[in-house]
Design a protein around this ligand. Structure first.
Ligand SMILES: NC(=O)c1ccc[n+]([C@@H]2O[C@H](COP(=O)([O-])OP(=O)(O)OC[C@H]3O[C@@H](n4cnc5c(N)ncnc54)[C@H](O)[C@@H]3O)[C@@H](O)[C@H]2O)c1
Length: 418
């Protein structure tokens, strides 16, 4: 690169992280207006994010809920009402179910902020509809499962910027004091020039949702969404995107080449759908720096969830430490980053300077998708090709409760690169 990495990052950060739209027509919920939240996807995180949003600002109310299935609306409403009895106002005619439940939530005129946390395969559709309806958005990561979805999310994010609408993604590390302090030091050169990095999400098992006798195949897949690539993107996308996003943040760039491998060795039963259980991916950045990424979901194995950025003068650790010529340790008691992301979102809406993290999370999600595509096919690929030319689109034939064939588990060297 012809400019130093530090200068590059400063320019890139100014250009992409916070999009300020002074005097734009994003007038919804400015100043002290009540922010009225509609939730799409009322599971564990959708409900949790709505509670975080209520905790972030006393002027927030939850007024509409949408989910694929009624029992998740009921459990969400119970949890929300117990936490905030007076600020959760969701009468029966503002509870929507089914694949079109998002349309119901978006049709409520006084909803000005959407929390969207359905499985990632639905995110591009829900984001586009929310932005078209003129709503601010908090959306959980990851934000798509294939390159076609990523392009849609980027287009919706650009539209949101034009309309003065905020988009904040559920990459809470981006709002966490520890990471903000660590990144400031990395970008100020405290570890010298970055020469490599490693990131990991190695853990045991996660939940499996049982297939009930009356469930259609489609309903069961949607309930057990972690294990179907069209819904979750696979665990490299669903979980490891957090760590990959941190590395991209440190690098101030996206990788230009990706080569990955992986397999499905232990979790082979049908309830584990068609995803892999381990991946190893190498990302190569435009300045030649190579980054190693590993993720695994296997019970009884060593666990590690962290990022490690290696420079010529030191190493930065996501535990909040720099080792090397200029050592440093983070020792502040932090506020909950899951609440802070909503504090930042709401401040940006109220202040008329909407944050827009849409492209940033779309690009990090794309890195994880590329890692998966490479591991599934056994092929290496460039960012340029995947971003502009890949035609991979995992959308099912239709969104209806009924049959939905499960794609076979990928076989490296055989599964085609699309
Ligand atoms: N930022 C974080 O740390 C974090 C933590 C956990 C989960 N997440 C993310 O949050 C999202 C949801 O995860 P979860 O743990 O809440 O899962 P969950 O299964 O508890 O909730 C998903 C909900 O979406 C509903 N749903 C499915 N299809 C839908 C559709 N088409 N329209 C509307 N609702 C639909 C399901 O019925 C369910 O209630 C995922 O993207 C996940 O990666 C992020």
């Amino acid at each position: 690169m012809s400019i130093s990495r530090r200068e590059f990052f400063k320019t890139a950060a100014a250009a992409s992280v916070a999009v300020s739209v002074p005097g734009s027509f994003g007038v919804f919920a400015r100043g002290s207006d009540t922010i009225k939240v509609g939730v799409i996807g009322c599971g564990g995180r959708g409900t949790g994010a709505a509670i975080d949003c209520l905790n972030a600002d006393a002027g927030v109310e939850v007024v509409a809920l949408g989910d694929l299935v009624p029992d998740r609306i009921e459990s969400s409403l119970k949890r929300l009402t117990e936490a905030f009895p007076t600020r959760v106002k969701v009468p029966a005619d503002r509870r929507f179910t089914g694949f079109d439940s998002y349309k119901g939530v978006l049709s409520i005129p006084d909803v000005n902020l959407i929390v969207t946390a359905a499985p990632p395969g639905f995110r591009p559709i829900h984001l586009r509809a929310a932005v078209e309806a003129g709503k601010h958005v908090f959306m959980e990561k990851p934000v798509a499962v294939d390159p076609v979805g990523i392009r849609s999310v980027i287009a919706s994010s650009d539209l949101a910027a034009q309309k003065g609408l905020a988009i904040v993604a559920g990459t809470q590390r981006r709002h966490q004091q520890l990471y903000l302090e660590l990144m400031k030091r990395i970008h100020d050169g405290q570890i010298g020039e970055v020469v490599s990095a490693q990131c990991y999400w190695n853990m045991g098992d996660l939940w499996v949702r049982k297939r009930e006798p009356n469930m259609t195949e489609m309903e069961w897949q949607c309930r057990n969404w972690l294990y179907f690539t069209w819904l979750s993107g696979d665990h490299i996308v669903e979980q490891h995107v957090h760590n990959i996003d941190v590395v991209n943040w440190a690098m101030g760039a996206m990788p230009k080449n990706v080569m990955g491998m992986g397999g499905r060795q232990v979790r082979v039963a049908p309830e584990y759908g068609n995803i892999f259980d381990h991946f190893f991916v190498e990302f190569e950045y435009p300045n030649g720096v190579r980054v190693a990424s590993a993720c695994r979901q296997t019970k009884g194995c060593a666990e590690r969830v962290e990022e490690r950025i290696v420079g010529t003068k030191g190493v930065a650790l996501s535990s909040g430490e720099i080792r090397g010529e200029k050592p440093w340790k983070f020792d502040v008691k932090e506020r909950n980053p899951y609440v802070l992301e909503h504090v930042d979102l709401i401040a940006s809406i109220r202040g008329g300077k909407p944050l827009n993290e849409g492209r940033q999370i779309a690009e990090s999600t794309m890195c994880a998708i590329m890692g998966r595509m490479s591991a599934y096919t056994g092929r290496a690929m460039s960012w340029e090709w995947a971003m502009n030319s890949s035609k991979l689109d995992l959308t099912p034939a239709c969104y209806e409760f009924g049959p939905n064939a499960v794609e076979p588990v990928a076989v490296p060297g055989t599964t085609p690169l699309v």
